[in-house]
Design a protein around this ligand. Structure first.
Ligand SMILES: C[S@@+](CC[C@H](N)C(=O)[O-])C[C@H]1O[C@@H](n2cnc3c(N)ncnc32)[C@H](O)[C@@H]1O
Length: 226
């Protein structure tokens, strides 16, 4: 298996559920480790904006374990809204909010003025998993530029996924996965950590830590400074 992400197609729907919940199998494998990093690195309370909530499983499982964090879900693909809402409902969590539409390629992520007023310079944490390698590089730019706008000073940006690291031997599974991605779309591909770090720095976001995760993934933690 080149990477967990291959199994992370949001169109995979198993087991069938009586409601709108969809399942991306990778989320079951990575939610605990993502939760562990967030639990140990988030402020005691705050507003978190999740970009690309996908099926909504991360929000429901992780968000419900962080009750002092107000977890705002979002998705680009509105077909996934019912799944996100159904997962939130099933979790019974009171701190997770139904999705807003976010397209990171649009100015201000395409948010309405009302949503802007809610999030702009009021967001303590932005988190995004498994997006920037399954999308053109412009999506990474849009994510980082927007996060820098929406975050409060000292706010945190987390990005989860596979990365190539200079000076570190690349896992064969990541090379295979990168080829697999590029075969599907030549603009997709595993990003160089250095490129992401420089891009973030240009937007006032400094890499605080690259948490090592299973299956050759990293969870990047940036802090907005200056
Ligand atoms: C592989 S899924 C990951 C979903 C979820 N974060 C997870 O880890 O299971 C990739 C996600 O990127 C989102 N996406 C793609 N292009 C986007 C864009 N321009 N703006 C925001 N989200 C985008 C897709 O809608 C999808 O939810």
């Amino acid at each position: 298996m080149p990477s967990e992400i291959k199994k992370n197609q949001t169109t995979n729907t198993f087991p069938p559920t009586p409601d709108a919940r969809r399942y991306a199998p990778a989320t079951e494998r990575n939610r605990q480790v993502i939760y562990d990093v967030l639990k140990n690195n988030l402020p005691a309370k705050g507003k978190l904006l999740e970009v690309a909530s996908g099926t909504g499983e991360h929000a429901a499982w992780i968000g419900s374990r962080l009750p002092a964090i107000k977890w705002q879900t979002s998705e680009y693909d509105t077909d996934l809204f019912p799944s996100i809402k159904a997962h939130i409902k099933a979790s019974k969590a009171k701190n997770i909010t139904p999705p807003v539409h976010i397209d990171v390629l649009q100015n201000n992520w395409g948010l309405s003025p009302e949503e802007m007023a809610q999030f702009y310079d009021k967001t303590d944490i932005v988190t995004c998993a498994n997006m920037i390698h399954i999308a053109p590089w412009e999506v990474a730019i849009g994510l980082i530029k927007g996060a820098s706008n929406f975050l409060v000073q000292s706010g945190l940006l987390f990005i989860y996924g596979p990365f190539f690291q200079s000076g570190t031997e690349t896992a064969p599974s990541n090379i295979e996965f990168d080829n697999w991605l590029k075969e599907r779309d030549s603009s997709w591909g595993i990003r160089q950590l250095d490129d992401v770090e420089h891009l973030a720095k240009d937007h006032g976001l400094f890499l605080y830590k690259a948490h090592t995760m299973p299956a050759n993934n990293l969870f990047l933690q940036f802090k907005k400074t200056g």
